[in-house]
Design a protein around this ligand. Structure first.
Ligand code: FAD
Ligand code: NAD
Length: 469
């Protein structure tokens, strides 16, 4: 293993490993430093992948429990085998993280296990752990891709048993009777859904008055209504002020945000999901002279370069949407820029997906953002209840909403609640990326019967000519 590189990437998550592969493809001698012991970062190890594996399994369980009988499928005597469910999730994670290790070998990238610390521009020291020798890597360029960690909540200490973060909530060995989720964001609703489907009574406590804040208001409101109908409880405008774990469960103390009314609640398990913050612990940023902003994110220029020449940063650690696909694209583009090529990311059309059932998907501007910016727009909406495929599937909650510029019809935003919303949004993202219009989608032939027909109908509705509504 040579110690002189063109590029050393610190952090083996989706941003780091994709950046490393792209750099190697472009001929840079590359090393990746990861301290976790496996590649794939938060996303593959304790994020996107295990959560989606459990969402799929728990969805099957709920369908078998509540929906199959309507299709004439009798599954009486249904039983949950949580151990098998968790085991399957672990196998998915294991296979995929090993797959990334294989990709490192295939691309001749040196994978170095240990914690990376920047000594100065051009030098990274790696501590592989107790009893093992430190190694110093010399390199032309460094990419920081160290990601994010759970934001702690004052007074609610994560003990990994009764009070857990998303990581703990992916591995509960028993379905809790009462579960409280603090935060009605993406993690709260996804992991809250998993445990509700498996039998927990789930209460989501949220400081604001809406779930999924930041999403199109019509989507937030309707999604909360749908989840409530499924049995998820919501306690809005409420602040959790403390949590006391004991043998009989955790006692939470809360206070009304506006009326300041104090109350307590008991839970077997509490999930803290109030956001994530950049992770730069022991990275040596001070020594290297890399500045961070007041929230700990690393500011970068349009080439992803920090204030120190030769040191770049990408992914969750630089802020913006904390999404794996955003980190991946930044990794690839940063590597291209380092190799003398040009790269570009259109931050306006990055899709955001919530993998509840039905799913939520969004790209571009919300109605609220357009109003605030004073942009006049057309809004076309089509409900899945009028889509034949959704009706065949008995899966017809939700709608597609397409927003286009009033004067030019150019696509400005799309917001979907519905079956496979996360897949459906991609069509709109692609057309948006090419500067297309609602009419472009409306005039493209869509297969029948298909869920994408709802996207076409919403595009037609934006022009006032939907057919099936
Ligand atoms: P990370 O994936 O966080 O990777 C950073 C890596 O750097 C880590 O492995 C860490 O160990 C390593 N590291 C840190 N410091 C050092 C150091 N000094 N030396 C060596 N290594 C170091 N996003 C989606 O797009 N879709 C989803 O469905 C989705 N689901 C999620 C579910 C959950 C429960 C969570 C928590 C997150 C989810 N996310 C999802 C967000 C997604 O995981 C992150 O946006 C993504 O992982 C960010 O990638 P990254 O490469 O910037 O950082
Ligand atoms: P989030 O920002 O999505 O939601 C946090 C929620 O907690 C917000 O609704 C916020 O108002 C609320 N909150 C904050 N402080 C609170 C308090 N003291 N009491 C009560 N409520 C409080 O954060 P998250 O759900 O923790 O997810 C973290 C990140 O991980 C997100 O940025 C998200 O992009 C990413 N993620 C993405 C996916 C996906 O793409 N499907 C899935 C999971 C996580």
């Amino acid at each position: 293993m040579s110690d002189k590189y063109d590029l050393v990437v610190i952090g083996g998550g989706p941003g780091g490993y994709v950046g490393a592969i792209r750099a190697a493809q472009l001929g840079l001698k590359t090393a990746i430093v990861e301290m976790r012991g496996t590649l794939g970062g938060t996303c593959l190890n304790v994020g996107c992948i295990p959560s989606k594996a459990l969402l799929q399994s728990s969805h099957h369980f709920e369908m078998a429990d509540k929906e199959f009988e309507h299709h004439g499928v009798d599954v009486s005597g249904l039983k949950l085998n949580l151990k098998t469910m968790l085991g399957r999730k672990e196998k998915v994670v294991d296979d995929l993280t090993k797959g990334i290790e294989f990709l490192m070998k295939k691309n001749k990238i040196d994978y170095i296990v240990g914690a990376g610390e920047i000594i100065e521009a051009g030098k990274v020291s790696v501590s592989p752990g107790k009893g093992k020798k430190k190694q110093v890597l010399e390199t032309e360029n460094i990419i920081i891709a160290t990601g994010s960690e759970v934001t702690p909540l004052k007074g609610v200490k994560i003990d990994k048993k009764q009070i857990v973060s998303s990581t703990g909530a992916l591995s509960l060995i028993k379905v809790p009777k009462e579960m409280v989720v603090i935060g009605a964001g993406v993690i709260g609703l996804e992991l809250g859904s998993v445990w509700r489907r498996l039998g927990a009574n789930v209460t989501v406590v949220e400081f604001l008055d809406v779930a999924l804040p930041g999403m199109d208001a019509e989507v937030s409101k309707n999604m909360q209504r749908i989840l409530k109908k499924q049995g998820m409880n919501f306690k809005m405008k409420t602040m959790v002020t403390g949590a006391k774990p004991a043998r009989g469960g955790v006692t939470l103390t809360m206070q009304g945000r506006d009326d300041k009314k104090k109350e307590t609640m008991k839970a077997d398990v509490v999930l803290v999901a109030i956001g994530r913050r950049p992770f730069t612990d022991k990275l040596g940023l001070d020594k290297a002279g890399v500045t961070v902003d007041e929230r700990g994110f690393i500011p970068v220029d349009e080439d992803f370069q920090t204030n120190v020449p030769g040191i770049y940063a990408i992914g969750d650690v630089i802020g913006g949407a904390m999404l794996a696909h955003k980190a991946e694209d930044e990794g690839a583009v940063c590597a291209e820029i380092l190799s003398g090529e040009t790269g570009h990311i259109d931050y306006d059309s990055i899709p955001g997906i919530v993998y509840t059932h039905p799913e939520v998907a969004a790209a571009g501007k919300t109605e609220e953002q357009l109003k605030e910016a004073g942009i006049e727009y057309n809004s076309g909406k089509f409900p899945f209840s009028a889509n034949s495929r959704a009706r065949c599937n008995a899966d017809a909650d939700g709608f597609v909403k397409i927003l286009s510029d009033k004067a030019t019809d150019r696509l400005l935003g799309c917001h979907i609640i519905g079956p496979q919303a996360g897949d459906l949004i991609q069509e709109v993202v692609n057309v948006m990326e090419f500067g297309g219009s609602a009419e472009d989608i409306a005039r493209i032939c869509h297969g029948h019967p298909g869920l994408p027909e709802a996207v076409k109908e919403a595009a037609m509705a934006a022009g006032g000519r939907a057919i099936h509504i």
